[in-house]
Design a protein around this ligand. Structure first.
Ligand code: 5RP
Length: 240
C-alpha cells in the first residue's frame, strides 16, 4: 500500500483523536466533508464494525456515499432532532475557532449540519491553523440566476470594507463551473487577510443571490489539530 504523506498522517491523527475525545455510543453525528472528514468517516466505519452504535447525518452527497460504503447508519437531517455532535474539517481556523470552509464546495450543507448540532468539532492538520483568516480564498455559494449582478454587489461590499479590488473566481472556471449539491455556483474571493470576519459573515449573506458564505463564526466549540511531529492536540474555544 502507498505510504501516507505527513499531512495525511496528521489528518488521520486529528480524526482519530476527535473520535476518542468526543464521540460516544448512541450519538447522532454530523459527518463532515473533505479529505480530513473522509478519514473520520472511514475510522467511524471501523468502530461501527467493532460494535459502536451511531447514526450519521452526512453534509454532502460524497460523504453520504462513503458512509454507506463503510457501513455507517444514516439519517436525513429532517428526520432527527438536534444532532449531538458534528465533526468536520476546515480550510483555515484561527485562535478563536473562526473558520473558512467550503474548499470542497460543501459549505452550505456543512453549515446547516454544524449549526443543527450541540457541539461542532473541527479536525485539521496543523497547516490549517492560522493567526488570521483570508489567505485561503473565501468560498461563497451563490445562485446561478443573475450571478454577475450578485458578484458585482459582493465586489462593492469588499471595496466598502477596505479590501480594494478583490479577485473573485468562479469555482471550476467559466467554461464548466462547478455546481454544488444544491445546484449553485461557488465564487472564491481572494481577500488575503480578513480583518472583520464577524461582520463580513453577516454582510455577505444580506446580498440577494448569496445563499451562504464559508465563514463559520462561533460554530466550532473545539478543534483537534493533527501534527506531524507530536500527538494531535485538542483545543477548546471560549463560549461567547
Ligand atoms: C468542504 C470543506 C472541508 O472541510 C475543507 O475544505 C477542508 O477539507 P480538507 O479536509 O480536504 O482539507 O469545507 O467544503
Amino acid at each position: 500500500m502507498k505510504s501516507l504523506s505527513a499531512q495525511d498522517e496528521a489528518k488521520r491523527a486529528a480524526a482519530e483523536k476527535a473520535i476518542e475525545a468526543f464521540l460516544k455510543d448512541g450519538m447522532i453525528v454530523g459527518l463532515g466533508s473533505g479529505t480530513t472528514s473522509r478519514w473520520f468517516v472511514r475510522i467511524l466505519g471501523d468502530k461501527v464494525k467493532e460494535g459502536l452504535k451511531v447514526v450519521g447525518v452526512p453534509s454532502s452527497k460524497s460523504t453520504k456515499e462513503l458512509a454507506q460504503e463503510v457501513g455507517v447508519a444514516l439519517a436525513e437531517l429532517n428526520d432527527v432532532q438536534e444532532l449531538d455532535l458534528t465533526i468536520d474539517g476546515a480550510d483555515e481556523i484561527d485562535p478563536e475557532g473562526r473558520m473558512i470552509k467550503g474548499g470542497g464546495a460543501n459549505l452550505l450543507w456543512e453549515k446547516i449540519v454544524a449549526t443543527a448540532s450541540r457541539t461542532m468539532v473541527a479536525i485539521v492538520d496543523e497547516s490549517k491553523a492560522v493567526k488570521q483568516l483570508g489567505k485561503f480564498p473565501l468560498p461563497v455559494e451563490i445562485v446561478q440566476f443573475g450571478w454577475r449582478s450578485t458578484e458585482r454587489h459582493m465586489s462593492q461590499l469588499f471595496k466598502s470594507e477596505g479590501y480594494g479590488d478583490t479577485e473573485m473566481t468562479v469555482r471550476g472556471g467559466l467554461e464548466r463551473p462547478l455546481i454544488t449539491d444544491s445546484g449553485n455556483f461557488i465564487l472564491d474571493c481572494h481577500l488575503q487577510a480578513i480583518a472583520n470576519p464577524d461582520s463580513l459573515v453577516v454582510q455577505l449573506n444580506r446580498i440577494a443571490g448569496v445563499v451562504e458564505n464559508g465563514l463559520f463564526i462561533g460554530i466550532a466549540k473545539s478543534a483537534v489539530v493533527g501534527r506531524t511531529d507530536s500527538p494531535a492536540e485538542v483545543i477548546h474555544f471560549p463560549v461567547k
